[in-house]
Structures are given as C-alpha cells and as structure tokens.
Design a protein around this ligand. Sequence first.
Ligand code: ATP
Ligand code: MG
Length: 251
Amino acid sequence: MLEFDKVSYQYPSEDFDIIDALSFRVEPGSFHCILGVSGCGKSTIFRLINGLLKPKAGEIKVGGAPIAGRKRYCGYMPQKDLLFPWRTVGENVALPLEVAGGLSKSQRQERAEAALAEVGLAGCAGKLPGELSGGMRQRAAFARTMLTGSDLLLLDEPFSALDFLTRISMQEWLLDQWQRHQKTILFITHDVEEAIFLSSSVLVVESTPIRTLTELPIPAPFPRERACLGRPELVELKERLITLLRKQVSP
Ligand SMILES: Nc1ncnc2c1ncn2[C@@H]1O[C@H](COP(=O)(O)OP(=O)(O)OP(=O)(O)O)[C@@H](O)[C@H]1O
Ligand SMILES: [Mg+2]
C-alpha cells in the first residue's frame, strides 16, 4: 500500500537530514500507529507522503506507483482539526469534492450529509464548527478525510486534544470505521496506550534523524475491547515502549 525506498529529507533551514535513507512498507488494510517523542519528525513523514514536502532522495510509492505528480492517493487529517470556522460543517466536509471538481453543489452537499451521518453527525451539516463539541469536530474532520475517497488515511494526532473519556470512545469508533471501510490507516500519537489499543503493529521512531522505524506487532486480535489492555503481554509491551521512548528524552 505504501513504500518508502531510501527516502531522505532535509528542511532548508537545517544542516542535517531529518529523514535519512528511510525504508519501510505498509501492507493494505493494516492499522499502524507511529509513536515517537515530540519533534522527532513524525509529521514530517506524513508531509512527505501527502506531497506537501518533496524528498531530497529516494522514492515513495502508494499502491505500487510513485506518488510524484499524482493527486488524491491519500486522505490527510492534519495535527490540528482544520475546519474553516466560517464554513458550515457540511461545506467543510464537502471540501475534497469541491477540490476534485465534477459534482454540482447539491450533489456535494448530499454526499457530505451522507458522510456526516456515517460518523454520527446526521443533521449537523448546517451548523458552524464552533457549535460542535471537540469530539464532534474531530468526527467531522474525519468525515472530510473519508470523502477524499482514498484507501490510505494519514491521521496526525487526531485525538490528542480530547478529554480522556471522549478519546477512548473515539478510539473505539475509529477501529469500527476502519473495519467497516477496509482502509489502510497511519495514525501518529504520543500516547503509548492509544498506540497499543489501535494498531496491528506500532512503528516506533527511536531516534532523530529517522533512519528506521522499529515495528512491534500487537499480540491481540481484532475486534478489540479495552479490557485487553490489562493482559500481561500488553502491559509488558507498554512498559517496553515507554522505556524505548524515555531513552530519547533523557539527557
Ligand atoms: N518548516 C520547518 N523548517 C525547519 N524545521 C522544521 C520545520 N518543520 C518542522 N521542523 C523541525 O523538524 C523537526 C520535526 O518536526 P515534526 O513536525 O515532524 O515533529 P513531530 O514528530 O511531528 O513532533 P510533534 O509530536 O511535536 O508534533 C522538529 O525539530 C522541527 O523543529
Ligand atoms: Mg507532529
């Protein structure tokens, strides 16, 4: 589904490659959380996949073909939910359709309303984002990401600003969406427990520059219940992940 082949990237203002000859593959239909400390380069990986940044060397392929010059091969939900406050929720969600062109305004609104119903926001199309709760805004942003029609979804810390209870119900909701729509999901998080609960395997950034991603499979079947987080093998994995991440923040 996604392949990095010796990809390097350097921010123009920096004197080193933050991504350095990184290679990894993601299989179709998998759910991977990318886990790493703040500033290690996680969002940079997403900006390279979605084409906002161009690699200095190497090649990125999606669905077997290089991404250079392509459009709409991935849906991207940025780190902050970027709903335009002056557009209605329906107009926000319809944005990818507007960008793609080819549909009338009423067709776009119809699709947006169906996508909103799918995320439990039927009847919210006419509201402004400011009239929704944080969790509802995240679901609207997710509906918009789904409307890109892409099989590969990049979600950058979508739940980090939510309170604990909203966050855990959104995690359950997202796993349900993933299983129903058979997408491939890459999900950035700092939260070790969130990464374990959601992932088929976790991709850990152990150091910057990023030269490898360490893949740790999560030994628990889907569908998952939160209670599985108490199982000894997952508790042990959580401690292992925390130790890996701590190594990076200690002086
Ligand atoms: N436009 C830029 N120009 C120069 N350096 C940048 C730019 N954007 C990010 N960086 C630097 O690159 C590094 C990685 O940034 P990135 O946004 O990928 O981190 P991150 O892992 O997503 O962090 P966080 O978890 O805090 O979101 C940071 O040290 C940051 O200062
Ligand atoms: Mg980031």
